[in-house]
Design a protein around this ligand. Structure first.
Ligand SMILES: *Cc1c(COP(=O)(O)O)cnc(C)c1O
Length: 385
């Protein structure tokens, strides 16, 4: 391979080499729970499916390459991956979480961990380094952030925060789901752990639930590898195979998602019905400059405010024909979501109000259909109100 570090090339080739027995070009689906040993306690390459599986090994090698990491660990869901990071924490510790975090992540930290004596503090991370420094406590062990955030698409300065977490000896974990590995490389910006919901762009076809952690710190890797093995939230061999197949087209899919999202956001900015169009690729986005520096592209999610009451907002969503009304994002098909009543319904009301997750807010996951069809779909949905 002439350019092994080129993203498109990595997507097609990383982790996948012809199988040793038959030279099959694709890694087979090793649908096996156990492996025969010639001598007790001396397995050849694998001993048991929870501990390891060759199809999963190939997926993890591919995922690590995508984030420029030494290692990756894949899990049965994005939340299982986040949960594994949570297992690093000691009772009595303190965690800083960006306030505009994925609803399920907030629920896990607030509700699931409530009885474990760990304080999760949800803070605004769009602040100066001096202000951010004030957030740290003596027992802070982890900073958890997303950028772009969901659903408001704020951009958080990962490199600036990484400088602080390094000074404080705190782990920085970045949920890179919205950007995908194609458009943002948090490890290169100083993060210790990158997390992905494979369910979204990496899976890309709305047919798999999965999650992953990518990292280069071997000490952290060993601890997380133990959680993956000991707690066992691993993905099935068929899902690993399908994810490997999805990754082959990740780079080209992301280019189309981003191309469509930018054209879509620009078109919606021209429509008076929308009081606000949020997309990091728009010059009007408050952190457009930071996005340009931190990201290699702006990805495919566009959020808007429709200047109308909830009944009208609901009717608009129902009027859409190409966009499907559904949770999730990152698939080839376009989706529309109402964060207040759907993905972010579990966010405490006071925080929803503070963030601006109100009934007028809509989140589009712009797919890879013809973008003119997507724009016309919005136009007809507005006209038919
Ligand atoms: C979907 C999502 C998750 C959770 O992943 P699952 O695969 O649904 O468990 C975490 N973070 C972000 C940003 C997501 O969009």
């Amino acid at each position: 391979m002439s350019k092994p570090n080129n993203m498109s090339t990595l997507c097609v080739h990383a982790g996948v080499s012809p199988d040793a027995t038959h030279q099959a070009i694709m890694t087979p689906i090793f649908q096996s729970s156990t492996y025969v040993q010639d001598f007790p306690g001396q397995p050849k390459t694998h001993d048991y499916g929870r501990a390891g599986n060759p199809t999963r090994d190939a997926l993890e090698t591919s995922l690590a390459a995508l984030e420029g990491a030494d290692k990756a660990l894949s899990f049965a869901s994005g939340l299982a991956a986040i949960q594994a990071v949570g297992q690093l924490l000691e009772p009595g510790s303190h965690v800083l979480v960006c306030d505009d975090v994925y609803g399920g992540t907030g629920r896990l930290f607030r509700e699931f961990y409530a009885k474990y004596d760990i304080e999760f503090e949800f803070v605004d991370m769009n602040v100066s380094s001096a202000e951010f420094k004030q957030y740290f406590k003596e027992n802070t062990q982890l900073v958890w952030l997303e950028s772009p955030t969901n659903p408001l698409l704020k951009i958080i300065d990962i490199a600036a925060i990484a400088t602080l977490t390094k000074q404080q000896g705190v782990i920085l974990a970045v949920d890179n789901t919205f950007a995908s590995p194609i458009f943002q490389s948090p490890l290169a910006l100083g993060a210790d752990i990158v997390m992905h919901s494979l369910t979204k762009y990496i899976g890309g076809h709305s047919d798999i639930i999965g999650g992953a952690l990518m990292l280069s710190n071997d000490q952290l890797y060993q601890k997380l590898r133990f959680v993956q093995f000991a707690a066992g939230a691993v993905n099935a061999p068929l899902d690993c195979f399908l994810l490997l197949r999805s990754i082959k087209t990740l780079a080209i899919r992301m280019q189309v998602h981003q191309h469509n999202a930018l054209a879509f956001a620009k078109a919606l900015e021209q429509l008076p019905e929308f009081s606000e169009v949020l997309y990091p690729g728009l010059a009007s986005h408050p952190q457009h400059q930071l996005a340009k520096v931190q990201m290699h592209g702006f990805s495919g999610i566009v959020s808007v405010r429709l200047n109308a009451d909830f009944a009208t907002v609901a009717a608009f969503m129902q009027n859409l024909k190409v966009f499907s009304l559904a949770e999730s994002l990152g698939g080839v098909e376009s989706l529309i979501n109402h964060p207040e009543t759907m993905t972010h319904a579990s966010v405490p009301l006071a925080l929803r109000k503070k963030l601006g997750i109100s009934s007028d807010l809509l989140r589009f996951s712009v797919g890879i259909e013809d973008v003119q069809d997507l724009i016309e779909d919005v136009q007809q949905a507005l006209q038919n109100l």
